[in-house]
Every structure is written in structure tokens, then in C-alpha cells.
Ligand binder design. Structure first.
Ligand code: CUA
Length: 156
């Protein structure tokens, strides 16, 4: 049996493509590996999250807030957050049941909330931000998903 010249060429091209793909994969794994947060990811037992994380609003410095929120089918706890002259708000979120998605409509605050993990996202609040913002769940989480919303109220 003879192997045609064209077949050899194509076999060479395929082999080269496999090498390129594997190299790209290895490179991506290396880059992503560098970006994965290390041991500072906080974990929490979903059954004990409500007691351990103490949901609520804390002003840690003038204008700097830390807001701890729990996602539970189908609401956020607390579901009404009032902030006076906020500059920076660090949200800490977890879920006690399934995956939820936390989003404040009209802002860049958008993070997935997994049971067992504490997600963190910081909102640098624009000076002109004022009034009532809708916070929603943007990850389908069951029959009551559309009822899972609340409000962030910014007072100036
Ligand atoms: Cu929670 Cu959708």
C-alpha cells in the first residue's frame, strides 16, 4: 500500500494542529492557574451560613460599607439595604441552597453566588448614584426565581 504525497502533507498538517492546540491549552491552563485565587477563598457550611456570616450592613469607615447577603430560595437576606453617602461597598455573598446570581441593575455589580463559598464584589459607588436600585437574582434557581429581588437605597 502506498501513501500518497497529499495524504502525508495532510497528516503533517493535522499533527501540527494537534501540537498547536495542546500548546494553547497548556498556555491557557498556565495563565488561568496564575489567576485562580489561592487559599484566601472563604468557605462556609451552607447550613450554618446564616449564623456564621451575620447578614447585614456594616459601615467599616466613613462611606465604606461591608454588606453581607445570603441567597435563599427565593429571596436575598436582607432584601432592603440602606446606605448613607456610600463611596465603596464590599458585598460578601453566599447561598444556603442552590446557585444564585447577584446583580444590581444599572451597575457593574454582578456575581454568581455558590453554596459553600463566599463571593466578594466591590462596588465603587459613583458620586451621582442616588435613589433606589433594584437587586435581582439573574441565575434561574427554581419556581420562585422571578420573586428573588430586593432594593439598595442610596441616600445623599
Ligand atoms: Cu435565585 Cu434565581
Amino acid at each position: 500500500m502506498t501513501i500518497h504525497k497529499e495524504e502525508k502533507i495532510w497528516a503533517g498538517i493535522v499533527a501540527a494542529m494537534v501540537v498547536v492546540f495542546l500548546a494553547a491549552l497548556a498556555y491557557a491552563a498556565w495563565v488561568i492557574g496564575l489567576q485562580v485565587p489561592g487559599g484566601d477563598v472563604q468557605m462556609v457550611n451552607p447550613q450554618r451560613a446564616l449564623e456564621e456570616l451575620k447578614p447585614g450592613v456594616r459601615e467599616v469607615a466613613p462611606g465604606k460599607y461591608e454588606v453581607t447577603l445570603i441567597g435563599k430560595m427565593w429571596s436575598w437576606f436582607p432584601n432592603k439595604i440602606v446606605l448613607k453617602d456610600p463611596v465603596e461597598v464590599k458585598f460578601r455573598l453566599t447561598s444556603v441552597d442552590v446557585i444564585h446570581g447577584f446583580q444590581i441593575v444599572g451597575t457593574n455589580v454582578n456575581v454568581m453566588v455558590f453554596p459553600g463559598y463566599v463571593a466578594e464584589i466591590t462596588w465603587r459607588v459613583p458620586p451621582n448614584a442616588k435613589g433606589t436600585y433594584l437587586m435581582i437574582c439573574n441565575e434561574y434557581c427554581g419556581a420562585g426565581h422571578q420573586n428573588m429581588y430586593g432594593y439598595v437605597i442610596i441616600e445623599r
